[in-house]
Design a protein around this ligand. Structure first.
Ligand code: AHR
Length: 324
């Protein structure tokens, strides 16, 4: 069963966003009688979205909220992230939260956590391991995000022959897999043809470098549409298009996902044409799940946060009021 948790709830939590220090030295058992010791294995710091997600998690798992947080960012290295989870297990933390870099490869370490009696809560991305091996997941519907991006492209280009290039997220990650699938579903039967698709690893530099390669191969005139799996890669691509003498948003239309501040500004400036949101403010929901699971309550396995879409006009209306 799926429970739908609306973005507004997450946004309420975001109002309390504040930079918080996190503990990195303590072992298991907690910092005080009622303090809950939690290990959080973050993907890394690849994007603006990730920074906002980390900030949300640190605020929600702060000492003021009754937690001692052991934070690890794995620099987008799946093996390092699994090692971090093993380290949390050996420290005897009370709960583990993971934003899995990739979907595969989690069975063994999740089984080890389960054997040690430590509940695991997933946030943001999903895994292919059995859901018996974790207590709950909270995040976004990445397939739906891809569908929403694809619906805009289908409405904009219809039957018109359209040459598209794609900047994929991290290979093997749930958002890269699902956003590709959702977009393909929504654009089936249109005139949109994918002429090239490569990973930019969700980073601005990656997006720029891969787009430079596309532009060398096809030229500005040979590309009509760019689908970027996140704003950071779209922003890197914009630099590459401008350096090649093109006008992003006009010569090459761009649709991307996240709706972080810089992406929204590029939308307002007409350099991106449409953005699908991916809400990073998951901290309060993840912390609530940790508390409930440790209290022995029955929790739903999956918790979806709702996303929105933005045109240029809609972005201009909301940009000043957004928390990220
Ligand atoms: O998993 C969410 C994705 O990860 C965001 O869309 C991207 O910006 C981040 O790196």
């Amino acid at each position: 069963m799926k429970s739908k948790v609306f973005a507004g709830i997450a946004l309420l939590g975001a109002m309390t966003l504040a930079a918080t220090a996190c503990s990195s030295g303590a072992g298991g058992g907690g910092g005080g009688d009622d303090t809950i010791t939690v290990g959080f294995a973050q993907t890394g710091s690849e994007s603006g979205w990730r920074s906002a997600n980390t900030e949300s998690m640190k605020a929600a798992f702060s000492e003021d909220e009754g937690f001692e947080l052991i934070f690890n960012a794995a620099d987008n290295d799946p093996a390092a992230q699994i090692s971090a989870v093993r380290d949390f297990i050996s420290r005897g933390v009370e709960a583990i939260v993971v934003a899995p870099i990739v979907e595969d490869g989690w069975d063994d370490v999740l089984q080890e956590a389960s054997d040690a009696g430590i509940p695991v809560i997933l946030e943001d991305r999903t895994v292919t391991a059995s859901d018996d091996l974790y207590a709950a997941w909270v995040g976004l519907d990445f397939t739906k995000e891809g569908v929403m991006a694809g619906e805009w492209a289908a409405e904009t280009f219809g039957d018109t022959p359209t040459k598209m290039v794609v900047l994929e997220g991290t290979t093997g990650s749930a958002p890269a897999n699902d956003r590709a699938e959702g977009f393909a579903q929504a654009t089936e039967g249109t005139g949109i043809e994918t002429i090239d698709s490569q990973t930019g690893d969700f980073t601005r530099d990656g997006g720029k470098t891969v787009m430079e390669g596309f532009l060398q191969k096809y030229g500005v005139d040979g590309i009509d549409l760019l689908y970027a799996h996140n704003d950071d890669m779209a922003l890197g691509a914009i630099e590459a298009i401008e350096a090649a003498g093109g006008v992003p948003g006009e010569d090459i239309q761009i649709v991307s996902i996240d709706a972080v501040k810089d992406g929204m500004q590029a939308l307002i400036d007409g350099k991106i044409n449409y953005i699908v949101e991916c809400n990073p403010l998951l901290g309060d929901l993840a912390a609530g799940l940790v508390r409930d699971v440790l209290a022995g309550e029955d929790v739903e396995k999956t918790h979806f946060v709702e996303d929105q879409t933005f045109t240029q006009e809609q972005a201009a209306e909301v940009i000043d009021s957004r928390a990220y």
